[in-house]
Write a protein that binds this ligand. Sequence first.
Ligand code: NDP
Length: 286
Amino acid sequence: MAEILDGKSLASLIHEEQAEKVQSLSPKAGRPPGLAVILVGEDPASHTYVSNKRKACHRVGIYAPDINLPASSSTEAVLETIDGFNRDPAIDGILVQLPLPPQVSKEQVLLKISPDKDVDGFHPANLGRLVAGEPGLVACTPRGIITLLDRSHIPISGTHAVIVGRSLIVGKPMALLLLNRDATVTICHSKTHDLPHITRQADILVAALGRPESITREFIKQGATVIDVGISRGLDGKLKGDVLFEDALQVAGAITPVPGGIGPMTIATLLDNTIDAYRNHTGLIK
Ligand code: NDP
């Protein structure tokens, strides 16, 4: 039976550590860290994500003003809002919740965020640094997965890591982070032939394909670490991962649940990225 990697408990512990850091750094900096989470429109799932992010900020003492723009906002209006926060010295991080309404250009919006405030790590400047193996702000979900592996004492160097999914948000940065930590990395996608044959070679299997419960025991090597990034809501209203949990539990060595696995780690990492950007802006380097 696999060990369950409890991302929720670990994220909670990380939030306590973050609160201590913020408390000790704020007097030196003369201000707390600041994160602007910008929500455009009324998408209910986005509302929940944004509210969870803002709550986490308040819990650790990060200043997080509410910025809710109407669904009818133009690209220019969103760019202007971002520009204001780019110039605001009380703000260290800017996050624009995706997806955006169809009339707003995602590309222009993500490019507008100043790379030193790009706590989602989606700006080409930060993606380029990641490719080059240089320090920079890294996408929250993949960085959170590395933190979970490290704090669970799961070795990365020399392992074979297989990632299912090649998005810019999860799959690609995940591959680069694992590669930068000396894993041998294989990336799979919708055109990959005989997926189970490849995933069964993985010591670390990251499922980020967005197909609920599609990774069954046939895809998993005995004793592998299985990281389930997927979040989908089933017809019964329950959250489901990309891995068939009860089935995978029988063969995996360690596995993350959904909910309570990678989701909370993603939020904890957003705050880590904000604190990193704050240290950079205030000169309070580690
Ligand atoms: P995308 O839809 O952008 O990417 C999905 C990737 O999976 C694509 O590369 C696609 O291949 C690949 N894929 C789709 N179907 C298959 C298949 N049958 N076999 C192999 N590969 C396949 O999704 P995201 O990366 O944004 O998100 C993935 C999942 O993770 C979603 O469920 C999302 O909700 C969740 N998520 C969770 C987060 C968290 O905090 N826990 C954060 C971000 C995302 P191709 O490129 O060929 O189309």
